[in-house]
Design a binder for this molecule. Structure first.
Ligand SMILES: [Ca+2]
Ligand SMILES: [Ca+2]
Ligand SMILES: [Ca+2]
Length: 213
């Protein structure tokens, strides 16, 4: 069956730290040797000379080492997190390192915050949404009613308060003739999708069946 879900969201102002103190993220070029976790140097003379001015407490890969990376994909083996104890700001240190040879980029370890949360009064009960990072996706997009989302499931409660206003409508059938396949898609009166289990045009759950939404 097919439906549209469009959440209503609002923005909130946030005033939090922009990045993690005393840490930067460094990506090195593919010709550099892999740095083992918990190192203190990079093995690249020019970079290590620059880092000598600081108290480096840890250089570790951001992601575990991957063998046989597809050369057409970005090299994730040479992205490192550098920790230090000096008072220099991460953006200053990363600017200094960015200009060095073999450095693809150096940047503070930015902290990403959600700026948008749904107005659903039960949002706080839906612990899975922050777990999958949905709140960060909403910073980029909050949905579009022009996008039709197809969902394959046991059934759907067409009258559910969270869904009813956004359920897909096949207007050719809605305005068509009962008993006729008005849009010639092979399904008669499929106004809100199709129930392939029962082979009928009512995707609502069968009365008496276990159905949780
Ligand atoms: Ca049809
Ligand atoms: Ca029809
Ligand atoms: Ca049915």
């Amino acid at each position: 069956m097919v439906l549209i879900i469009n959440g209503i969201l609002y923005s909130k102002d946030l005033n939090k730290a922009e990045y993690v103190p005393n840490e930067i993220i460094l990506k090195l070029a593919s010709e550099t040797k892999i740095i083992l976790p918990h190192s203190f140097t990079t093995g690249v003379a020019e970079i290590d000379a620059a880092l000598l001015k600081f108290t480096i407490t840890d250089i570790s890969p951001v992601v575990p080492y991957k063998k046989d990376l597809n050369p057409r994909l970005p090299d994730i083996n040479r992205i490192y997190r550098i920790k230090y104890t000096d008072s220099i700001m991460p953006d200053i240190l990363s600017d200094d390192l960015s200009v060095l040879k073999h450095v693809i980029y150096a940047e503070p370890r930015y902290i990403h915050y959600e700026t948008i949360t749904p107005n659903d009064p039960y949002y706080s009960n839906q612990w899975h949404l922050p777990v999958i990072g949905a709140n960060y996706a909403w910073n980029t997009t909050q949905g579009d009613t022009n996008v039709i989302i197809a969902i394959v499931d046991d059934a759907i409660d067409l009258d559910h308060e969270d869904l009813a206003a956004n359920i897909f409508v096949n207007w050719a059938e809605y305005n068509g003739t009962a008993g006729l396949d008005d849009d010639f898609n092979g399904y008669v009166d499929d106004v809100h999708g199709w129930d392939f289990a029962e082979n009928d045009n009512d995707p609502n759950p069968v009365i008496g069946s276990l159905f949780i939404l």
